[in-house]
Design a binder for this molecule. Structure first.
Ligand code: UGA
Length: 423
């Protein structure tokens, strides 16, 4: 078995749509369901509602195999493997809100023909609880490791595929693994709880790496080391690895903040205090705010100062602003009395940044500014004519490079005051 296993996808958000398009690309007929009628209508017309490089092309190319609907019955009729891709946002208590997952299980009703293939990130124990309640329903935990901005590439070139299935669902586990077989990646066959933990632990570990290097950056600033050099020297040690060692203004997005919190909470619910993750979260929150001190160092009080935020999305190549550092910075800066102007090449920042002025271009944001703060490393910010075009327009030629990606030496030579992170 490989191609032509009809696939159901339930919840056509970012993960659902990437999964649907990639499964279609692998040759499968895909029946994808979402409850939002407007979304289904526009997807049926071939319009992709999110910014994800390569995705519109894939949807267009595989339009004949991609069927979008609002009807669960239609999906359940055509497919037996149902990828559950609904979102699981954090609740006030820090637990994951599983109401959308529950709704899918309810809607499926009694069946022994189907398996729910869980792509949504859920607390460890969710699979067991669902199986206990819905005897007969197959259950496979198949967490996703996709990064926004490179999701299509990540799907097609996975480091590993994790397939968690308990004894009763072993045959469904085999069928899920077979879907990924053409990708040639190692498949980790394991139990459901371990698969669920692999997902949470992977994100928590990556977030830990980031908070770790951010603390090294902060100490490097004090002792005169350059964190980029330090990360390069550390990363070549195969045991450490060079990826996710980029210091910056903190991690954001819809995954790391939520999943680190969820794992901490999961541990807390069992009575275990996950001390390390508590620090990872705190370091990240402080890191988002450290820019304020850097600005004050050069500008003194920020009251009435014009601060330009370059980048609003939580990282480049996405329009996602969830838990983005820009939101925290904008709020803190305005709290300090500064006037904030912000620009992002893709993300729609209107109404996201409190009283900040949303600009149409980087130039507009920088015109008359007392400082530029690079929050997101969009390539176009490195290509700006800082010396010729921007310096004459800024009130103070001060750049805080929150991602260490501008040309530090070039900017300094051009007369800018440059502050990076840990260098
Ligand atoms: C993350 C994981 O990388 C994926 O493996 C996972 O599947 C996904 O969450 C998820 O759970 O769905 P994503 O949130 O899209 O992916 O983005 P990342 O590229 O991981 O970046 C997250 C944040 O960390 C960004 O704010 C980024 O700027 C920051 N970051 C990343 C750093 O500050 N330094 C780094 O070295 C790397």
């Amino acid at each position: 078995m490989a191609a032509n296993e009809p696939i159901g996808v339930v919840g056509v958000g970012w993960v659902g749509l990437v999964t649907a398009a990639c499964m279609a690309e692998l040759g499968h007929e895909v029946f994808a369901r979402d409850i939002v009628e407007e979304k289904v209508r526009s997807l049926s017309r071939g319009e992709v509602p999110i910014h994800e490089p390569g995705l519109p092309e894939l949807v267009e190319k595989n339009a004949g195999r991609l069927h979008f609907t609002t009807e669960m019955a239609e999906v359940a009729d055509r497919a037996e493997l149902l990828f559950c891709c609904v979102d699981t946002p954090p609740t006030y208590s820090g637990d994951a809100d599983l109401s959308r997952v529950e709704a899918v299980v309810e809607e499926l009703g009694r069946t022994d023909r189907h398996a729910l293939v869980m792509k949504s990130t859920v607390p460890v124990g969710t699979g067991r609880a669902i199986q206990r309640r819905r005897e007969g329903l197959g259950y496979v935990s198949n967490p996703e490791f996709l990064k926004e901005g490179t999701a299509v590439h990540d799907f097609m070139n996975p480091d590993r595929v994790v397939v968690g299935a308990n004894h009763a669902s072993a045959r469904f586990g085999e069928r899920v693994a077979a879907l990924y077989q053409p990708l040639g990646a190692p498949v980790v066959h394991t139990d459901v709880a371990s698969a669920e933990m692999i997902k949470l632990a992977s994100n928590a570990f990556l977030a830990t790496k980031i908070s770790f290097i951010n603390e090294i950056a902060n100490v490097s600033e004090e002792v005169g080391a350059d964190v980029d050099e330090v990360a390069r020297g550390m990363g070549l040690d195969g045991r450490i690895g060079s990826r996710f060692l980029r210091a910056g203004v903190g991690y954001g997005g819809s995954c790391f903040p939520k999943d680190v919190q969820a794992l901490k909470q999961l541990a807390g619910n069992t009575g275990y205090h996950f001390q390390l993750l508590t620090s990872v979260i705190e370091v990240n929150e402080l890191q988002k705010r450290r820019t304020i001190g850097k600005l004050q160092k050069h500008l003194g009080s920020l009251v009435g100062k014009e601060i330009a935020l370059l980048g609003v999305a939580f990282k480049p190549d996405t329009d996602d602003t969830r838990e983005a550092t820009s939101l925290v910075l904008s709020g803190r800066l305005q709290g300090e009395g500064a006037n904030v102007r912000a620009y992002d090449p893709v993300a729609d920042a209107d109404g996201m940044l409190g009283g900040a002025r949303v600009c149409e271009s980087a130039l507009e944001a920088l015109d008359g500014a007392d400082a530029a703060v690079v929050v997101t490393e969009w390539p176009e910010f490195a290509e700006l004519d800082w010396e010729g075009e921007i310096k004459p327009r800024m009130r103070v030629p001060l750049v805080v490079d929150g991602r260490n990606f501008l040309d530090r030496d070039g900017l300094r030579a051009a007369g800018f005051t440059y502050e990076g992170i840990g260098r």
